[in-house]
Design a protein around this ligand. Structure first.
Ligand SMILES: *Cc1c(COP(=O)(O)O)cnc(C)c1O
Length: 303
């Protein structure tokens, strides 16, 4: 890539006592301060493709707290693309500067189009895309959450030779693009576990379309009520984890996943002697926005 990248290293973290498992975290959040974690992996080959084909503009979709929107805005700014964000929720139009993610994206030059939740649901239809073409002319389209074949190709670069020693690879799941890449580059003896941040979706089918292997599973009991839902216990866990390990987790994805992994270790889900690698997919830009929500509800915040 044309912008400077940080190193993603594996760091050992303290696991619950006496369970005989070793826990490591791959610091993908350190790749870049704004194009972080899996969002960099998912964008890499899409950005190269857009450049190769002479596109000047990137267009994508997202909600008001979307890590993907922040990453596209920042990458576009760094690489000289115009960026357009189709944002869910018309009511946000005059509240851009009350929202950390949207104001960050705007500062990075992103142009917004706010659409109703109903229109947003139709965003993949021919008619909706034709309308966008009329308004914005030519653009390279990146789907919501950034998941497509090129994104999965990028995520297949997350694991390296050195990671062959691990028995389990764990990651948070939104659209399933990241876990698909991980499954494709895992070794047959490894088990890939995904922790969905949403409840009740068609994720298993979606992932099956992108992978040929069967060495994976989804652990669906740690979504905390749904996407971006959060409670006191999760905030306490994230703050404690940071105090002990010096590593921040985000409240939407990695915090819930790590909470789930600790709970599973305590419940003896993993055999003694297991080596577990957890992927830190980034998303730390979402902490500020979540803290505003928590403050408004008089709840304790993420430190
Ligand atoms: C977007 C995101 C995910 C989900 O990735 P998918 O490829 O959509 O499953 C996980 N973690 C973080 C921090 C994210 O920002």
């Amino acid at each position: 890539m044309i912008f400077k990248l940080g190193h993603s290293i594996n760091q050992q973290i303290s696991a619950p006592d006496n369970k005989g498992v070793e826990l490591f975290i791959k610091r993908e959040d350190e790749i870049h301060p704004f194009v972080s974690g899996n969002k960099y992996r998912k964008l890499k080959y899409n950005l190269l493709e857009a450049k190769k084909n002479g596109f000047k503009t990137l267009l994508t979709f997202g909600g008001a707290f979307s890590n993907h929107i922040a990453a596209v805005a920042s990458a576009g700014n760094l690489l000289g693309f115009k960026t357009i964000g189709i944002i869910r929720g018309e009511e946000l139009e005059d509240k851009i500067f009350d929202n950390e993610t949207l104001s960050f994206a705007k500062q990075n030059g992103m142009q917004f189009k706010f659409v109703s939740r109903r229109d947003y649901r139709d965003k993949t239809t021919e008619a909706f895309l034709a309308k966008l073409k009329e308004v914005f002319n030519d653009f390279y389209l990146i789907p919501e959450g950034g998941t497509n074949n090129l994104a999965i190709k990028g995520c297949e670069e997350i694991l390296t030779e050195a990671d062959n020693v691990f028995d389990y690879i764990c990651c948070a799941v939104g659209t399933g693009g990241t876990i698909s890449g991980l499954i494709n580059c895992s070794k047959p003896g490894q088990q890939v576990l995904g922790f969905p941040a949403l409840k009740g979706t068609f994720l298993r089918q979606d992932i099956s379309k992108f992978v040929a292997r069967t060495n994976w599973d989804l652990i669906t009991s740690y979504h905390f009520g749904g996407y971006a839902k959060i409670n006191e216990a999760l905030v306490t866990f994230i703050n404690q984890f940071k105090k002990i390990n010096g590593i921040p987790l985000d409240p939407v994805y990695t915090g819930k996943m790590m909470f789930g992994i600790f709970d599973l270790i305590n419940k003896d889900y993993f055999e003694k002697g297991s080596k577990i690698l957890v992927i830190h997919t980034g998303g730390l830009q979402g902490i500020k926005g979540m803290n505003l929500v928590l403050k408004n509800k008089n709840l304790s915040i993420i430190e």
